[in-house]
Structure formats: C-alpha cells, structure tokens
Design a protein around this ligand. Structure first.
Ligand SMILES: Nc1ncnc2c1ncn2[C@@H]1O[C@H](COP(=O)(O)OP(=O)(O)OP(=O)(O)O)[C@@H](O)[C@H]1O
Length: 583
C-alpha cells in the first residue's frame, strides 16, 4: 500500500529513509561540461505560465544548436543544471533533469527513424516556483507508521484553474537511496530559498463560525497542505469573542511569518484589528489621538469558514479553503487598504467595511436572536428590519478623493489625508434622511453580491466607496437591494448616490436611537433570555459583520495598503487568465 503523501512526516522524511535504506544506485550529477543540448536553450520561464509545456514548444527551443555567448550566459545564470537521473514516471522510465528553475522529464525510448522529435514532443516540466513540497515516497504495510520500502520522491505542485488553486502530486519513482537523497535535498534547498513563503504560522480557528465547521475545514483541507509545505502551525481554537485579539496584543509574535484565521468575516476583522493594533502598540502610537498608523508587520491569511466571507472572497475571488491555503503556502502577498473607526479621536477599531442604518439595524437584530440557527436568524432580521424600515436622520460629511492625490505615495497620502481631516473646508457635508449608508474599502464580494457590495472599489486603490440610500419607499429600497444579486446596476436609482472618498464622518441626529427598537422588540420576545446589546443612546453599526455601537459621531478614515493579506488582486488575476486563453 502506498503511503498517503499527506500523512507523511515532512520534517523527518529524509533522515528516516537514510536510516532504513542502504542500497545505492549511481546518480549522474550533471557537470557543467556535460550538459548536452538541454543546457543551452532554457531561457527565463514566463511568470504567468503554470501548466506543463507541450513537447513541440520544448522542441522549438531545443533545436537551436548555435548559440552566442550571451544566451549561454543567460542560461547559466538562470537555469543551471543541478542533477540529472533516471526515474520511472507513470509506467515509463524518464530522463529527468533538475535545474534551479524547473524539473524537466522526457521518456527514454529507442530513437525512431524520424529522429528525436517524438521524444521531445513528450518532454514535460514543472517550474519550481509552482512546487511547494517534496516528500519521500515509501511502500508501507497497513498500520506501519515508520520505515517501509523507498519508492522514490513526490513533488507537490500548486495548480491554477481560474481563480481556484489546488495541489497536484507528481511521482518520480526510483528505489535507490542515494539517488533519491540527492534529489530530495537539492529540491528542498531550492524550495527553502523562496523568501515569501512562510515557515511558521500562528493560526486562529473560530469553532463557532457559521455551521461550526471551521476546525474540520482546517484539519481536513488546510493542515495536511501546511504539513506538505513544511509549515509549522501554532493553532489556537478561540474560546470566546476577543480571545484572538488578546493573544495578538500580548504574545510574542517574533517567530511567526504570518497569522492565519479560519472563520468568517467577524473573526477576520478581529484578527486584522489585533494585528494592526499590535503594530501601533509596538510603534508607540497613541490610539487615543489622531494618529498616522503604521503597517502590520505580519501578513494575514484567511481560510473562509463563515457565512458570508466577504474579505476572503474579495482577496481570493472564490470561497474555497484549499485556494486560500495555497495562497498562504506559496507566499502570494496582496496589499490591502484598511479603514479605522474612531469616536472623539479615540480609535475603536480597524476594519474593511461598515454599514449604518438598515445594515446596522439588521445585524443588531440578528445578534439579539443568536439562539436561532444562523440562516434563519439572518432572514428573520432582514424581514423584520424591512417591515420596520426607518430612515436615519444624520449629518454626513466626506472627504472626496482628489485626482492628483490618488497618485501620491502612500506615506504622503496618509499625511496629506491627516491635514485634510483637520481642515474643515475640505469636507463636503449634507444633512438628511438615509435608509442606509455603506462605506467600503474593499469590493466585499459575497454570494449575495457576486460583483461585490462596492464593485467600483479595488483592494488597494487608496480610496473607499461611500454608498448612500436616501429615504424612499420600501418597495424601491427592496428593488435596490435585490439588484446586488442581479446583473442590473444597483446604483441606478435616484435615491442612491456613490462617492469615492478618503474619510467619512457620520453624526446621527435623531433622538430616538435604536434602543426604541429594542423596547419594541422586547415586548414581543422573552427579553430575560435575550441579551440586551445596546446601551442607551448608542447607534448600531455593522463593521465587517460585527456589531459596533458608537455613542455619537463616528470618523472613518482610509489607510492605503496598511495590511498585507495572503492572496492576489483578483482583477489582475482575471486579466492574466483572459490573456492566457486568448493565446
Ligand atoms: N469560541 C467562540 N465562541 C463564540 N464566538 C466566538 C468564539 N471565537 C470567536 N468568536 C467570535 O464569533 C464572531 C463571529 O464569528 P465569524 O465571523 O467567524 O462567523 P460568522 O458570523 O458565522 O461568519 P460571517 O461573519 O462570515 O457571517 C467573531 O466576532 C468572533 O470574535
């Protein structure tokens, strides 16, 4: 029985095999003077191409025998042959070559009357930039934990299909210990040279997320991939709201290369806030004043396991735990804009999006009915809030993004924004009745809004979308909401306005805050068993799916590229994909 590669112990993989096996076969380590034709033609591989090339491509490159000195130099700089040997791949023996960039293999077979073209057509390769793990492959009997007959080595490749990433195993069979040891060590050495790839991660799993499946998702889909990639994971299963935040504030994070959260948007927001707050504390920033924040030192990985997963969808383009894990393993970094929420100059939290009015009230109501199953709770809250739809009387001010400012450097932008915030005349102010006010620093993709709640915002374009729905009839407002899930433009209503902004100030003016709703609600429900979340005079905000109560005016500022997430800019990824299929 073959050992399942996912269950092998990555760290001791080779040392274990050395102890148990002694039989050796000659290995032809490729010397510079004996590279043959293969050494000459490999130029720097294209960064976007992930699939194996066809033999015809390889053949075309191979066929040039006369090369000038310059191309020879390019070859030796980038694609030095390291080791060459024979492995069985599938059912056939192959001539396999390892260079610093790739592993190339072609079947060994007698030459045909037409020459070598057939062999070359079958030549394939995998680029090492797409490989995330190498393991020793052994045959073990049922129940055998260690040892076993060496069969060869297995490479684990990250494969891309649209926005989806998945792992793919390529088996190179050879029963010689010496042969496999050299290959194993050389490939390991190359893989450890990828600086962006994390070696050690702090992982937070929220067991209460959505259908309580976060731990299972981590254990079954993510941990085996981390193990293949030799990533050490220090896992905390959170016990309560705020648990991850307190760990991030208090623990020594020096040994980690990143932080990972397995959960929904609420968990993501808590961990993102924790990382950023920790960075401010370490940098000595006074968060009780108008401060210019510093960037978080560690990148954050998001494994979606919540009910909406807007942040994960926005940075991966898909809600898929394996894709999320592969972005972390491969060290794909994406800078992301973040906003800060402050009240009377005091920082309340960092986050990505906020809703006031309908969005805030709906969440507040759902939170008060936590005892209901998640889907039912949300549906109930939406219907009840729509039934009691009330506009918010508020004063709304914003700092519009000026064209010239969008091109300035981030640090300059932060300082310039700080000056503008302090100058009252830079603000545009309106007072009115609003059914909903949304402020989004990222596109907020989710199943209810596949194009995003804020489709015109990018992850790091240095601005936020301000979307206001002024007072209108319930039926018009429902039409607007329904459009998020359709191909029609949700903003083409006279009562909806969108702005591109840097900062927003919102001051509720109505005296009847949502505590009136609670009083009404409590008449209908058993309030002894329902926690009362609101305090008198506080207004509910939905900040990344988490309830935030602000007693008075809330200031929301944008901080360009303050956080690094493991992921990609999905628009760029899509463009690259389109280009590929055109070719
Ligand atoms: N052990 C725990 N028990 C209860 N709540 C927890 C626990 N650990 C963390 N939390 C809190 O649960 C809140 C909600 O979790 P999360 O956002 O992951 O799930 P969700 O609400 O189902 O998903 P989404 O936000 O995507 O809709 C978070 O604010 C988090 O702080």
């Amino acid at each position: 029985m073959f050992e399942s590669p996912r269950k092998s112990n990555a760290r001791n993989a080779w040392s274990e095999s050395q102890e148990e096996l002694s039989e050796a076969e000659p290995v032809s380590t490729v010397s510079k003077g004996n590279r043959g034709k293969k050494k000459k033609k490999r130029s720097q591989p294209q960064q976007t191409e992930r699939r194996s090339v066809s033999a015809s491509q390889f053949c075309a490159e191979e066929s040039f025998d006369r090369e000038d000195e310059q191309s020879e130099k390019r070859y030796t700089d980038y694609d030095e042959p390291i080791v060459r040997g024979i492995f069985q791949i599938g059912k056939k023996s192959h001539d396999v070559l390892l260079t610093s960039m790739r592993v190339t293999w072609s079947p060994i077979q007698p030459e045909t009357p037409t020459g070598q073209s057939e062999t070359l057509r079958r030549t394939e390769y995998v680029e090492l930039k797409d490989v995330f793990g190498v393991k020793v492959k052994r045959r073990r009997s049922a129940g055998q934990e260690t040892g076993g007959t060496l069969l060869g080595i297995t490479l684990f490749q990250c494969k891309k299909k649209g926005p989806k990433l998945k792992d793919h195993a390529i088996h190179f069979n050879n029963m010689s210990v010496d042969h496999c040891e050299i290959w194993f060590k050389k490939i390991k050495e190359i893989l450890s040279g990828f600086q962006n790839r994390p070696k050690s991660l702090k992982v937070f799993v929220n067991p209460a997320s959505h259908k309580k499946e976060a731990y299972q998702i981590y254990r079954d889909d993510v941990a085996p991939l981390f193990q293949l990639a030799d990533i050490k994971a220090d896992v905390t299963i959170t016990e309560r709201k705020g648990h991850a935040l307190s760990i991030l504030k208090e623990s020594n994070l020096d040994g980690y290369d990143g932080v990972v959260v397995v959960g929904g948007d609420g968990s993501v927001a808590e961990v993102a806030h924790g990382l950023l707050l920790r960075a401010q504390m370490d940098a000595g920033r006074d968060t009780d004043s108008m401060f210019t924040p510093v960037r978080a030192t560690l990148p954050l990985g998001l494994i979606p396991a919540g009910s909406t997963d807007m942040v994960a969808c926005s940075v991966h383009g898909i809600r898929h735990p394996v894709t999320a894990a592969m972005h972390i393993i491969m060290g794909h970094h994406q800078e992301v804009d973040v906003c800060s929420f402050s009240c009377l100059s005091r920082l309340l939290r960092f986050g990505f999006s906020a809703m006031f009015g309908f969005g805030g009230r709906t969440l507040a109501l759902a939170e008060r009915h936590r005892w209901m199953p998640p889907g039912q709770r949300r549906e109930f809250a939406v219907i009840k809030t729509l039934a009691n739809l009330k506009p918010e009387d508020c004063e709304l001010s914003y700092l519009p993004v000026k064209k010239v400012q969008t091109e300035t450097l981030d640090s300059v932008k932060n300082e310039s924004l700080k000056d503008d915030i302090e100058e009252e005349e830079s603000w545009t102010t309106t007072r009115g009745l609003f059914l909903n006010v949304s402020i989004m620093a990222i596109p907020c993709l989710c199943s209810m809004a596949p194009r995003g709640l804020a489709p015109n915002t990018r992850l790091n374009n240095g601005s936020m979308a301000l979307i206001t729905a002024a007072n209108t009839s319930r039926s018009e407002f429902i039409k607007h909401l329904k459009r998020y899930n359709s191909v029609n433009n949700q903003f083409s209503f006279s009562f909806v306005e969108t702005q591109t902004v840097w900062a927003v100030r919102l001051r509720p003016c109505s005296q009847s805050s949502w505590s009136d709703d609670i009083a009404e609600d409590n008449r209908e429900y058993d309030f002894k068993n329902t926690p009362i979340i609101s305090s008198e005079g506080a207004y509910p905000w939905n900040v990344d799916g988490d309830l935030l109560e602000a007693p008075s005016e809330l200031l929301i500022r944008l901080h360009p590229q303050l956080l690094t997430l493991f992921g990609v800019d999905i628009e760029e990824a899509e463009e690259a994909h389109i280009k590929c299929s055109c070719i």
